[in-house]
Design a protein around this ligand. Structure first.
Ligand SMILES: [Zn+2]
Length: 183
């Protein structure tokens, strides 16, 4: 059984940067590595996974985790999944299966939503992971270590694609301060 590394944290914590760092540090050949990211937005279909800071790796956009089966080959040794929280409930089973089949898995995801509730499969994935890397952002208010996602807008929609400016990373103190009267 191969290992599964889960990179997790709040928004703006550099999860994709850490994922691409792991991809770049890998010593297996390109054709033995598969990277995927959820297709949340049909307006464009990029063939790479990018960070705001300009880092990128080749990757496929898929609508749900089940599509990994159509992309994996007998040569695949490593699977990289960005934004794993949006991959749907079967992602847990599929990652477990990959591990059993000798594929090393590295996934990055948002572990909590803006109400600090476990995001989709993230709690189960934390339990399944053999290696957990928590990354932190900078608090938008005080500049301290942040691990909470704060949403300025009051919309109840969980996913506001392309509206990342509605979110901030905050430390516990300033997340609680902002949520006063809202919870
Ligand atoms: Zn703060």
């Amino acid at each position: 059984m191969r290992d599964f590394t889960l990179i997790y944290g709040c928004m703006f914590a550099g999860k994709t940067t850490e994922l691409i760092g792991q991809y770049n540090a890998s010593t297996v050949d390109n054709h033995e590595r598969l990277a995927v990211k959820p297709l949340l937005d049909n307006r464009y279909q990029a063939a790479s996974i990018n960070t705001h800071s300009g880092l990128q790796m080749p990757g496929h956009r898929i609508a749900k985790a089940e599509e990994i089966y159509t992309l994996i080959t007998p040569f695949t040794k490593e699977l990289y999944i960005d934004e794993v929280q949006f991959m749907g409930p079967y992602v847990i089973e599929i990652i477990g299966e990959m591990m059993m089949n000798g594929v090393r898995v590295v996934a990055a995801g948002l572990d909590k939503d803006y109400l600090n509730r476990d995001f989709g499969p993230m709690r189960a994935l934390k339990n399944l992971a053999t290696n957990r890397i928590q990354v932190f952002a900078k608090c938008n208010v005080c500049g301290g270590k942040a691990q909470y996602t704060y949403r300025q807008s009051d919309s109840k929609e969980l996913v506001l694609v392309g509206h990342n400016d509605a979110y901030q990373a905050r430390c516990l103190e300033h997340w609680e301060e902002g949520m006063k009267g809202r919870l």
